[in-house]
Ligand binder design. Structure first.
Ligand code: DGY
Length: 433
């Protein structure tokens, strides 16, 4: 008998499995993150999924982003959900948002990762003609989205944008939002029935108290007619997230690079200006106590006492100060030493850490990917490889879930997940290369 023993199943072919997931979740012009739990197009899910799609089907990958940008609002905002078709398996659906768009959308946005993804697709393109055509068409739209962020979510011109709803950060129920969210009223929310907890164990999802406030904010913005010129100042929730700002800065850098390459110098200069101003302003979020960046609550005018992964994501934006960069690397190493798998979305040493509950502790492959990219660019190859190996170890049994318990490696949230599949393809390539 072999050492493996009779009955032991061979390890799954991760690449084949990732492709199956991408195909199963493909709705033709866009992809769903996973059927049931998220049956529509989500903004940053789509962009990151396109990275995987492009490894085989470049045209399909560009279409993913083009479809998203077709639903940009006239003011430049790109919504976080596009409700392409009717599906009752998700709440809150189009009726709750009431944004009045020709194709229904939500009324808030999500981390603007499209600029970064576009540059990556462009640089890797086997079909340069196709890449040029798509990049040229998308460039002014993504630039208008970045401009929208700075005009509407940074009305005082600080260089840093705020989120007005936890969902805009992409890290929906992070501990980062607890204090600010506690100030959001929960009275007057229309009765509702959640659907997420019929797909996923409630212990892995946000609480009812959080959902009440998520919905209060949606109702409030709806009562303002979704007028982004009013929403920032009228929101009781305004938090500056270093994670979202880092993604915006990096996308502005990458869009500037694309604009220069495509002979659009004025557009390039404006994006460069956003990125440089944002990078300088990010320094105001540094916390000596935590050795990383932290959020800033604009309503209470105070830093947020929470050391979440969003405060390490500036690695992805390129930190000019070597001492700050080294401190972030040290912080990342500490997080890796405190959990078996990379990378806990919140410090396991914090009593508020919860290894099962969505963004309050679990590890996410997309976050690992952004960290790996920043580390590789800064020459931290060893640490990057550790995160790549750990990410693939999480999926080696064929479980391509939405997120994972960083202590046990258990897959959590939705299964058969598009962006996890895309990240597996990316990590496999990085591991080989
Ligand atoms: C959800 O419904 O949990 C989504 O993350 C909100 O965008």
């Amino acid at each position: 008998m072999s050492a493996v023993g009779a009955g032991a199943s061979p390890p799954p072919d991760l690449s084949a499995l990732a492709w199956t997931i991408l195909e199963d979740n493909d709705r033709g012009q866009y992809s769903v993150p996973t059927g049931g739990l998220y049956p529509f197009q989500w903004n940053w899910d789509s962009c990151l999924t396109a990275l995987g799609q492009a490894r085989r089907h470049e045209a399909r990958a560009w279409t993913e982003i083009a479809t998203l940008m077709e639903h940009q609002w006239p003011d430049g905002m790109v919504p976080h959900i596009i409700f392409h078709q009717q599906d009752d398996s998700y709440f809150p659906g189009p009726d709750v948002w009431g944004t009045g768009r020709p194709v229904a959308t939500s009324g808030i946005t999500q981390p603007p990762i499209a600029g970064f993804v576009m540059r990556r697709l462009f640089e890797r393109a086997r079909d340069q003609g196709l890449a040029q055509e798509h990049a040229r068409a998308l460039l002014p739209k993504v630039a208008a989205w970045h401009d929208w962020f700075y005009a509407n979510r940074d009305p005082a011109g600080t260089g840093l944008v705020a989120i007005v709803h936890p969902w805009e950060s992409g890290r929906d129920n992070s501990i980062d939002w607890d204090e600010a969210l506690a100030r959001v009223p929960d009275e007057g929310v229309a009765p509702y029935v959640r659907k997420d907890t019929s797909h996923v164990d409630h212990a892995q999802r946000p609480t009812k108290a959080e959902y009440d406030r998520y919905l209060w904010l949606v109702q409030h913005f709806r009562s303002l007619g979704w007028d982004n010129a009013k929403i920032h100042d009228a929101s009781p929730f305004q938090v500056v997230d270093p994670g979202l700002n880092a993604i915006l800065i990096r996308s502005a850098d990458d869009l500037a690079w694309l604009a220069e390459t495509l002979g659009e110098p004025a557009l390039a200069d404006r994006q460069k200006h956003h990125a440089e101003k944002g990078r300088a302003a990010l320094e105001s979020l540094w916390s000596e106590d935590h050795g990383q960046y932290v959020c800033f609550d604009r309503v209470s005018s105070a830093p947020v006492d929470s050391a979440a992964i969003g405060g390490i994501l500036p690695i992805f934006a390129g930190i000019p100060d070597p001492a700050r960069f080294s401190a972030l690397v040290a912080r990342l190493r500490l997080l890796l030493s405190r959990a078996r798998f990379a990378t806990a979305s919140h410090d396991p040493a914090d009593p508020r850490f919860d290894g099962l509950r969505y963004w309050r502790g679990p590890a996410w492959l997309i976050v690992n990917y952004l960290l790996v990219d920043g580390l590789l660019r800064a020459g931290e190859g060893d640490l990057a490889r550790r995160i790549i190996d750990s990410s693939l170890a999480l999926t080696k049994n064929g479980d391509l879930s939405e997120y994972y318990d960083p202590h046990t490696g258990q897959g959590l949230g939705g299964g058969h997940f598009s962006w996890t599949a895309a990240m597996v393809l990316e990590f496999l390539e990085l591991q080989e290369g």
